[in-house]
Design a protein around this ligand. Structure first.
Ligand code: 13P
Length: 249
């Protein structure tokens, strides 16, 4: 059985003061029935990891470089580990767009992250134009084929399906649309990595997950949790999402 995962992506939000939200989350969920991952901005990662030290909640980065050394402004995978991270989000659509990240680059980043023991949360999803042109599954197939390295396992890989048009918009695909993509991803993973690995990788849905729609999304086939943006910033929003996931487990 895949253990469910509630992941929060704080994006470029949060200062030290925001860590009170994390402390609240930690005390509200001291023995969770699901995994909880919070990915704060890099400036807060070490502090967040220290807060979560003797708690099941884990922390992650939002990106890493493929290498180390002379790359001003970048962060290596080993540095994320040093700051207490167990995971890193890679290939978020905001990075694919803002930083023109390609599938090839994301695959190399994932290789670097796996080499130091990080779990990668690799994101994929279609634009509205691609959805309207009925190209969603082709886009997902290409992203899956090119942005995953060959060394993926059920432990080091989590996939997040995040339709770009659903991120931060309040728009959510229909439950059938979510199920169609998640079932497709599962089948492709099994075909490429074999049924053992293919069935053990957790698949998250992301894009406008809120307390009031979480339960119905978590009931969809092959949805093993969520990657949550805006609603992960406040404990009062994220806690009910975690609870909904626990109930679905
Ligand atoms: P929202 O939950 O704010 O739509 O963001 C989703 C997301 O991009 C998580 O990575």
């Amino acid at each position: 059985m895949r253990r469910k995962l509630a992941a929060g992506n704080w994006k470029m939000n949060g200062t030290s003061a925001t860590l009170t939200e994390l402390s609240g989350l930690i005390s509200a969920h001291d023995t969770p029935d699901v995994d909880i991952l919070i990915c704060p901005p890099a400036t807060l990662l070490a502090q967040a990891s220290a807060l979560a030290k003797s708690h099941p909640l884990t922390t992650g980065g939002q990106d890493c470089h493929t290498a180390a050394g002379a790359h001003t402004g970048d962060i290596s995978a080993a540095m994320l580990v040093d700051a207490g991270a167990t995971a890193v989000i890679l290939g978020h659509s905001e990075r694919r767009v803002d930083h023109e990240e390609s599938n090839d680059l994301i695959r190399e980043k994932a290789r670097a992250a796996h080499a130091v023991g990080l779990t990668t949360v690799i994101c994929m999803g279609e634009s509205l134009a691609q959805r309207e042109a009925a190209n969603t599954l082709d886009i997902i197939a290409a992203q899956l084929a090119m942005s995953l390295p060959d060394d993926c396992t059920g432990e080091n890989l989590v996939l997040a399906y995040e339709p770009i048009w659903a991120i931060g918009t309040g728009l959510v695909p229909t439950l059938d649309q979510i199920g169609e993509v998640h079932d497709f991803i599962r089948a492709r993973l099994e075909r490429r990595f074999g049924p053992g690995v293919g069935r053990s990788v957790r698949l998250l849905y992301g894009g406008s997950v809120k307390p009031d729609n979480a339960a119905e999304i978590f009931a969809v086939s092959n949805v093993d949790g969520a990657l949550v943006g805006g609603a992960s910033l406040k404990q009062s929003d994220f806690s009910p999402i975690i609870t909904a996931l626990e109930k679905s487990a």
